[in-house]
Design a protein around this ligand. Structure first.
Ligand code: SAM
Length: 164
């Protein structure tokens, strides 16, 4: 498969998984926190804002490099390494986040693996009961139950868990 095909498949999977969760939680009515790990260009953040217009969306990245149209409000953009910034956000989350979307892989196994292992430790204390985790990388956490992917999305292309 060409890199273009692979990229397109990943984008399709990402959108399908986020839309699936929005349907599960009645997206427009959600007022509990959403965490976006990896702002990048801001494409998925922009999609999350459409799906969850009433939810506070906390956005994490090392730097703000998004298209200006997708810039989060200053007080919702949490700059720094997520390994440092995630624990510090806990007091702002009330009963916990209802959705975490993690798209933080950089294509290198050497840097992504340790980061994902750190997220497996950092995320559980931030979650509300019943929270969904949608991610580009496989994680393995007790009480996170893998959900079937939306129709047409190949196994392993993206991941969805529910914490319960
Ligand atoms: N979802 C984004 C979009 O739709 O445009 C793309 C995200 S991009 C693939 C991954 C982002 O994760 C990059 O912007 C990178 O700076 C960020 N990132 C990677 N490791 C990080 C870390 N340890 N802490 C904070 N941000 C990190």
């Amino acid at each position: 498969m060409s890199r273009l095909d692979s990229f397109i498949n990943r984008m399709v999977a990402q959108r399908a998984c986020l839309n699936f969760i929005a349907a599960q939680v009645h997206g427009p009515t959600l007022t509990e926190p959403v965490l976006e790990l990896g702002l990048g260009n801001g494409r998925t953040y922009d999609h999350l804002r459409e799906l969850f217009p009433n939810a506070p969306i906390f956005v994490f990245d090392r730097a703000m490099r998004a298209n200006p149209k997708s810039a989060p409000p200053e007080d919702m953009m949490i700059l720094g390494d997520v390994r440092d910034t995630l624990p510090a956000i806990r007091p702002r989350l009330g009963a916990g986040a209802r959705l975490v979307h993690s798209d933080i892989g950089d294509g290198s196994r050497d840097t992504t693996e340790p980061l994902i292992r750190a997220l497996e430790q950092a995320l559980p204390p931030l979650l509300a009961d019943g929270a969904y985790i949608v991610a580009d990388q496989k994680m393995s956490v007790p009480n996170w139950h893998a959900l079937p992917l939306p129709e047409g999305i190949a196994e392993g292309r993206y991941y969805i868990w529910q914490y319960r």
